[in-house]
Design a protein around this ligand. Structure first.
Ligand SMILES: [Cu+2]
Length: 324
């Protein structure tokens, strides 16, 4: 069983006991499956506190991020990576995040769908000034997949959302107590600003920059999956026939995306069977299926220019007798 790349980056890994899923966004099987077809939507359920406190340390720093081989982005990252480490907790845990800022402008962590006091909002309160450490804390009482991101704004020459644009975002995974064990794939869709690249070798550039060239439709390296662009470089998810495969998909860029997986299907949040869901900025979905379709499949945003701009990858399903 292989977990998503981002999962391996978790600062402090807490393994959840897992059984049947209880997420609200959407969940069902891609094929007949009693375990997941019986799952009910329950994202509004508030879980009791576990009495456990889990602490994460996130350090913000500048980095040269390789969006694809040789494509170097002038980035900011939590713990030196884009997306930041997946924060994985159990529903009902109390969470403490210590944010250390080694960048030049104020930064923070703002987290969705957790219960926190105003002082831990990561906007005006809970912001770490350069060279300082700030602490935010909250209760993860709702199960699901949610984004966290910078919300400090970074100075005179940049806007409130500059941190997101530079790479300061990640996933929070809150496991329900009765989740089924599954192969977990964490996906963050984001948009990179073509004006912020330091290097784009081998790309046919227009006079005005990489966004105007004719390489792959003129949108090269703009749209990424887990900070990476194009099949050769983006995450290669894997499972095997018989696995329960759970996708935790977050859209955190500035554009609307879709998330489409070839050869599979699931029930969307509207209750309709689909293989392609809509995700606006700052939205997310969790869904799963029982795997029954071996092969090498594409997954991608279905906006043509976004796919041409890099938002495409590969999902490989091995036959059950094989090792993924
Ligand atoms: Cu898109």
């Amino acid at each position: 069983m292989r977990f998503a790349l981002t999962r391996a980056r978790t600062v402090v890994a807490f393994t959840a006991s897992v059984t049947a899923l209880a997420f609200g966004a959407s969940c069902s099987s891609g094929s007949p499956d009693s375990s997941s077809s019986s799952t009910k939507l329950s994202s509004a359920a508030e879980h009791p506190l576990t009495g456990q406190t889990k602490t994460f340390e996130l350090t913000v720093s500048a980095l040269d991020w390789e969006v694809a081989p040789g494509a170097i982005y002038d980035a900011l990252g939590y713990n030196g990576t884009i997306p930041g480490p997946t924060l994985e907790v159990n529903a009902g845990d109390h969470v403490v995040i210590k944010v250390t800022n080694r960048a030049k402008e104020p930064h923070s962590v703002h987290t969705h769908v957790v219960r926190f006091p105003n002082g831990s909002d990561g906007v005006k309160n809970g912001v770490a000034l350069p060279g300082q450490t700030s602490t935010v804390e909250w209760d993860a009482v709702f199960a699901g997949t949610f984004p966290y991101h910078d919300h400090a704004g970074t100075g005179e020459n940049s806007g409130e959302a500059d941190g997101i644009k530079r790479g300061l975002f990640g996933a929070l995974v809150v496991h329900a107590p009765d989740e089924a064990r599954a192969v977990e794939n964490v996906v963050l869709l984001s948009d990179f600003d073509t004006s912020l690249y330091k290097h784009l070798p081998g790309v046919a550039l227009g006079d005005a920059g990489p966004g105007t060239g004719d390489y792959r439709g003129g949108h090269q390296y703009m749209h990424t999956i887990n900070g990476r662009a194009y099949e050769e470089w983006s995450p290669r998810f894997q499972s095997k026939v018989g696995d329960t495969v759970r996708w935790r998909v977050i859209s955190i860029g500035q554009e609307f995306h879709t998330f489409h997986v070839h050869g599979h299907r699931w029930v969307g949040s509207d209750g309709v069977l689909t293989d392609n869901i809509n995700l606006g900025p700052g939205t997310y979905s969790t869904f799963e299926w029982r795997e029954d379709s071996p092969g090498s499949w594409l997954y991608h945003c279905h906006v043509p220019s976004h796919m041409e701009g890099g938002m495409v990858g590969t999902y490989v399903v091995k036959a059950s007798a094989q090792t993924p």
